[in-house]
Design a protein around this ligand. Structure first.
Ligand SMILES: [Zn+2]
Length: 95
């Protein structure tokens, strides 16, 4: 990578970090979705019915399911339904 490319890469990463919020509380999730831009990182059970409910209730949809899932995902609960989490995913509001 050239210096310029490295800087651009760094900036993009920083932007993503600053615009990514994480919560395990559905009420807080709704508030963040309403008031902030960017991505919301949250645990999800993997059920499409649950994802559809989240979309109905918050207009947020799953954008990214990262390849490298962190260890211990299953020790967390799904943001909405409280079932055992399968994935840590990124949500963003659909406009
Ligand atoms: Zn769920």
């Amino acid at each position: 990578l050239t210096e310029i490319q490295k800087n651009l890469f760094h900036l993009a990463g920083q932007f993503q970090q600053e615009n990514t919020h994480q919560t395990e509380d559905y009420q807080e999730f709704k508030e963040i979705i309403e008031t902030k831009r960017g991505f919301l990182k949250a645990y999800w059970c993997g059920q499409t019915t649950c994802e559809e409910k989240i979309k109905e209730e918050t207009q947020a949809t799953i954008r990214v399911i990262p390849f490298g899932q962190p260890e211990g995902v299953a020790t967390h609960k799904c943001l909405r339904c409280g079932a055992k989490a399968q994935w840590l995913v990124y949500f963003a509001k659909a406009y």
